[in-house]
Each structure stands twice: as C-alpha cells, then as structure tokens.
Design a binder for this molecule. Structure first.
Ligand SMILES: O=P(O)(O)OC[C@H]1O[C@](O)(CO)[C@@H](O)[C@@H]1O
Length: 572
C-alpha cells in the first residue's frame, strides 16, 4: 500500500456516499433544501449519536432571524462602550475571530466609535503591539464558544494581569462572548466581567457570522446594523426552499461546488477583489473545516496571485468575488480562464455590507455540499490531534525546559530545519530536502506554506512569490496560512482531508522573556513554537511529507534564502 493512501477510511451513517445534484429531480432537490431549512439532522446521517450532535449545530439556518431582536441591546452596549474606550481588543480564534477580522478590515469605525483590533495569534510581536495600546482606554472582548481555547484563555490571563496593575476593578474592562455554562462564563462571573454575552449554543463557530460574533463586532465599531441585517435578510429570501433550485443563490452555488468536485476539480480557487480579501479568509475556514475530512473534501485556495489559464491544472475550479463597479478588475484573466475551459462562478457584491448576505449563502452552500459529497459539515474531527500534541509538548517544556527537538543547521544558508520519516534524505541538507520534497510530484498534490510568523504584508509578498514560482514549475495549487490561525481553519483539512499534500512549516527565533503567560509558566513564543512543532508531529502521524524550517535571523531575509533554495531545486 502506498504511504499516501489511508489505511482506514471511517464511514459512519451515510457519510461517504456521493450524491450528484445534476442527477436528482427537481422534487428531490427541493426536498433536500426543505429538510435543511427544517433543521432535519437526518438529512446528514442516520447514526443517532452523530444526528444528535448535528441537531445541536443547525440554528444558523435561521439566518438573520436569530440576531434581529437582539440588535437594540447590542447597540445600547456599544453606545456605553464608545463613551469609555478608544480601542476594542477582540481575542478569539477561528470562528470566534475571523468574521470580526473581516469587519475590522473592510470597514472603518464610525466617527466616535473605538477601533476594533482582532488578536488571533500568539506571535510575540503582536502581543507586544497589543500591550502598547493605552490599556486604560482598551476594552477586552474575550471570545470563545467552548470557553477552552488555549490562545484565547492565554490572552485573557496575560491582559488581565496588565489591566489589574492599574485598575482596582479590572473586570470592568472585560466582556466575555461564550456559550452558556462554558468555563469562560465561569471565569467571567468569578472575576466580575462587565458583561457576559452568550454565543448561541446550537450554532458552531464557523457558522456564527450572523450571530453576536459578527453583530457585536459591528455594533462596537458603530456600523450600520440595519444595512447589515438588510443584506442578510435579502439573501435569506433568495435562498429559501420556495425559490426554484436553478434560481436559488445557495443551491446553484452548492451545485457548482459539488459538480466541480465530482469532476475532479477539488481545488476551489478564490480570485478576490483586494477590497474583499479578508472575507476570503473566513470563507477558507468555512470550507476547509466543514468539507476537508474523511481523507476527502474540497481544498479552498486563497491568496495565490492570479495567473494565466496555462498555469493551472485541471483540478481547479474558480470563484471570482468582486464588488459592483469593479467587476472588470480581473476581466481579462477571467475571460482567459473561461476560454481555457475552467468552471468559474462569479459573485458580485453590491456593497461591502453584502458580506453579511454572502456569509449566509456560503454557509448554506457548504452544508449542502457536505450532504452531496458525503462528509459531515459540522464537525472538525482532526483538529484535536495538533492540540493534543501541543499540550504534550508544553507539559514537557514546563518540566524539562525544552521541547526535546534538535534542529539541523544548514551549512549553506545557516537556516535551521527538521524533518522525519515522511521526508527522508541521506545527508541533512536543505538543498537535498527541497529536491526530495518536489520529487515524484503530481500537479494535483498541493503544497501548504505554514508560517508561525508575524502578520506582515512583506512576508506575504515573499511567500506569494514562492507560491507563484512553485505553481509555475509544478502546475500545482499552493496554500498559505499563518500559525496558529490556520490550526483553527485549514488545519482540519491538512490533517483529515485528501492525502495528496505536502507542507513547509516556518518558525523563527523570537522569545520575549517578559511575555510569560500567568499560571502557565511559559511565554507566548513557547506556545507558538509548541503549536508549530505539535502540528508538524500531527502531520507526520498522518503520513504527510513535512519540513520544518527555523529562521534564526531576520525572517524576511531568511525567507528569501528559502526562495533561492526552492528556485535551485526546481530549476536544475
Ligand atoms: O470558539 P472557540 O471554542 O474558542 O473555538 C475557536 C475555533 O477553534 C476550532 O474549534 C478549531 O480549533 C474552530 O472550529 C473554532 O472556530
């Protein structure tokens, strides 16, 4: 058996069975949509345990109806906050942070409202940046549905101590957004948080854009909630079961994605207007975490530089997201792709506020696609693997003071690196490893570049250049994610999705000794490194070729060295 073919494929209930929408009758299709709108978990499985879990994840189907009656209260809270604070630091990972990130990046706060900053990383540089905010003028929103997420609780512990140093009632500066009865709610009650806002318990994190997750963030920025709601409502009406399948915005999208997948076009490639770029990050999580599992699924490709049709293989299909008035931005490119025979779905947003509508359409389309391709779109069974490995590494670190990892140092470049059995070479040299990494390479393999580095456009540019080069040479799809952000997004797909994938993880030197997380006894850098190495171990366990590269010096300079090595490996 080849190493990249799974030995055991878990099939439960009726998952694993692919249904083709184009082969179903109109009545059958209408019934499917009706059942989804009736929150019928049996649509997805007959297994009673799984059915119960899915039942507890379907309230998002109601769309705008959940949040509408709560808007007044959110506005009152936002009015109160704006009188006291200049900044809001929103701490939350994955589904608890990505839609607020979209909001904070595509809108500016209304006059007199605080600036919303989303902290979804433990990178020491960004922790330092957050510490530099005028803390007495900063409100902390601690967001975690489960109330147990490591990074979010670490943010809480760290900033609680900082605030406490100058405020005898630190709780006044904290709001929790979490499930009723979660450990975070307990903590918030104990510490006297200013407010506890409940996450709807029957909505999963990545399906929560139209709940308090999206609307509290928007209220705090003073955005036009009525307009956001209007677009969410319009989309609901355009997706209801009464709308015929071929005119229905959600079902046509689901059919496009499903049919592409059945045709072998599993690399769902997003070409996105730069003004909507952050929205693609939210979509990436929705699709990857919902549909990348059971060794199958869709692979969302976000952030590649758009190229001519000749650089893409036949495993691609495209979604072009654009804004009214700017449709012609990639016009030539899109025509070229169409002429090249690629399937493309163009989606034009009337206004940036339409992300509230599109979020709903994509949630429905993702759930329906899950039904058609035979995966459970509401769980994330493989995310836990890295979490367990990280926890073990952090325990080891606390006891022994190191992670038990001995890096090699490349004699040509001075870069640190590490590899294991899924990628073996005779002499530990990076040039040899890159040759090996790109050998036996088919275009339908994808490469994931996973950077445990600070968010930095220059870093993204260098990695984008590397991605373009690799794509040109190998015709393959390339993905990019910052760690730990991707662990709560594409990380599910990387461990649980289609096996044909290879990864390069980047870490860097950068511990800041003063950034000790209270009660934990290690710094944010240690946590970040443990997550990188933990995910490396998880990928090895899932038999994925993976290389860890440690940047000792300036990360940008070191990444350029990596690019040179990759060029050599792929050119000669
Ligand atoms: O809201 P929580 O419970 O902190 O979880 C954050 C994110 O972590 C994940 O569970 C993945 O680790 C996502 O599915 C989720 O959105």
């Amino acid at each position: 058996m080849r190493a990249d073919i799974p030995k055991v494929v878990k099939v439960y209930g009726d998952f694993g069975i692919i249904k083709r929408p184009s082969k179903l009758s109109e009545e059958e299709k209408e019934k499917i949509l009706q059942r989804l709108f009736q929150k019928d978990a049996e649509l997805f499985t007959l297994d009673p345990d799984v059915k119960k879990k899915i039942q507890e994840r379907l309230d998002w189907v109601e769309g705008y109806k959940y949040i509408e009656p709560k808007l007044k209260e959110l506005k009152t809270l936002a009015e109160e906050i704006r009188r006291e604070y200049q900044f809001v630091l929103w701490c939350g990972m994955g589904g608890s942070g990505l839609f607020p990130l979209v909001i904070s990046q595509i809108f500016t706060p209304a006059e007199g409202f605080p600036e919303l900053k989303v902290l979804d990383t433990n990178d020491p540089f960004h922790i330092q940046e957050a510490e530099r905010l005028p803390l007495e003028k900063t409100l902390f929103v601690i967001v975690s549905k489960s109330g147990t997420t490591l990074e979010t609780l670490s943010h809480f512990k760290y900033f609680w101590e900082k605030v406490k140093a100058n405020n005898s009632e630190p709780g006044k500066q904290f709001i929790a957004l979490t499930d009723p009865g979660s450990p975070l709610e307990g903590l918030a009650l104990e510490r006297g948080f200013r407010k506890i806002v409940h996450h709807p318990p029957y909505v999963g994190g990545r399906y929560a854009a139209l709940t308090e997750i999206g609307f509290l963030a928007s209220a705090l920025m003073g955005l036009d909630l009525a307009k956001a709601l209007h677009y969410a409502k319009e989309m609901y009406s355009a997706c209801e079961p009464g709308i015929p399948w071929n005119y229905n915005l959600a079902t046509t999208l689901a059919e496009f994605i499903t049919e592409s997948y059945i045709l072998g076009q599993d690399k769902l490639t997003f070409i996105v207007d730069p003004l909507l770029k952050p929205f693609a990050l939210w979509l990436e999580q929705l699709i990857a975490e919902s549909l990348g599992k059971n060794y199958a699924g869709l692979i969302p490709v976000v952030g590649e530089s758009p190229g001519a049709s000749t650089v893409y293989s036949s495993d691609r299909c495209f979604i072009y997201l654009t804004l009214r008035g700017r449709e012609r931005l990639y016009h030539r490119l899109i025509s070229d792709l169409k002429e090249g025979g690629f399937r493309i779905k163009q989606i034009v947003l009337e206004d940036r506020y339409e992300v509230f509508g599109e979020a709903y359409r994509f949630m429905l389309a993702t759930a329906l696609t899950g039904y058609f391709i035979g995966v459970n779109p509401f769980d994330e069974p493989d995310v836990v693997l890295s979490k367990t490995k990280t926890r073990e590494l952090l325990e080891k670190f606390k006891k022994e003071g190191d992670f038990g990892l001995e890096l090699y140092v490349d004699s040509d470049t001075g870069l640190g690196f590490y590899y294991e059995k899924t990628l073996s070479v005779e002499y530990p040299k990076l040039s040899a490893l890159f040759k090996k990494f790109f050998s036996d390479f088919a275009p339908w393999i994808y490469v994931g570049f996973l950077a445990y580095l600070s968010y930095d456009p220059e870093i993204e540019d260098i990695i984008r250049d590397i991605r373009t080069f690799v794509r040109e040479k190998k015709n393959c799809a390339t993905l990019f994610g910052y760690g730990p952000r991707y662990l709560h997004s594409t990380g599910q797909l990387f461990k649980g999705g289609p096996p044909l994938a290879r990864f390069i993880i980047f870490t860097r030197r950068g511990r800041i000794d003063s950034q000790i997380i209270p009660e934990e006894g290690y710094t944010f850098w240690d946590q970040q490194f443990a997550q990188a190495y933990g995910d490396f171990r998880a990928l090895v366990e899932r038999e994925k070729p993976v290389l860890l590269i440690h940047l000792f010096n300036d990360p940008k300079e070191d990444l350029r060295l990596v690019f040179e090595l990759i060029k050599k490996a792929l050119t000669f």
